[in-house]
Design a binder for this molecule. Sequence first.
Ligand code: SF4
Length: 344
Amino acid sequence: MAGAEGPGEAASGFSDLSDSELLQLEEPEPEPGGGGSPRTARDPDPDPAPAPLRVTELAAQSWCELQAALGRRRPVPPAPGRAALLRAGTHLHLARELEVHDIVDVPTSSREDAWAVRVLNLLTMIPVLQAGDCVRELPVFGLIEGVFLTGVIDELCYNIKGELELNELKTRSRPVMPSEAQRRRDHFQVCLYKYIFDAMVQGCLKPDIFTSHVSLSPEQLLGSEVKQHAQKAGFTVSTFGDLLELLCLNLTFSDIPHIDCLKINYNHQESNILLGTDIVLYEEKKVREKAQYYLAYWKGQREAQGVDIEEAWKCQFCDYSEICDWRRTRAEMPLQRSGPKKTK
Ligand code: SF4
């Protein structure tokens, strides 16, 4: 697997974040503060171009939509305690990834180069899945309700029944299972992964989805290092469009099954002890309805909403509590309900 390096990476606005990204939304910790949008070594700078929505961002709306919106518009660095947790989570994921493949840095010089590296990562995982083996940190791309989403699946492997199983790892700073609110968010996250992955292997991902939704040029010539990297992986390509064609063809004719089973493992970070496993029920209609509701905000069809009064406890651990009008308004009317109950 490759990580993009260089200006293209900086321009991509796209990072291989999975659990490490979500650690920012962990349940209240003893230390104050936290939250924000940490950037990993693979995502060193914000993207000056409009960045696609991440699965984790969409899922984060079920925790607090306003926090998710502010996190994207006004990212703040995580507090020191949270930053240490994030680093530990990132290292754990990296170690797990290295168990199944090597990681090489590929210098990039354009946005298309940076995306090409992710596309190549996915392309090289297709034969591994076809051979019945396990993959980790698998990139996914696709549309839901007309919005382009990106994400990274922690692990896909075949279980003893021969079913394709998604395993998401969540590390916890405290040795307890997360709250219902967090689990709702996590369940939605893995359901979104399944939705996008299944669409990809059913041939729904088309090259023009990348070019029209993320403003990437199919004619863009790939940098020499990216072409070399592709060549080593067995692909001869010149332009970004060549690579997209290859990806879509390979996915469509791959015979990889859809995901049968969704599992989330919660581990204690320090001891690495498994705290519990959630088996997640997938109901496509509900996933689409929920996505439609949350995406209405990103489509500019409604304002972002903060938490309901019953969940106001979340605000005291939020990095945006000082500037949050929603919280202030709620604090000024403590005896009233927080407004119409959200149904999602
Ligand atoms: S302060 Fe509360 S309502 Fe405002 S963004 Fe944070 S969690 Fe959401």
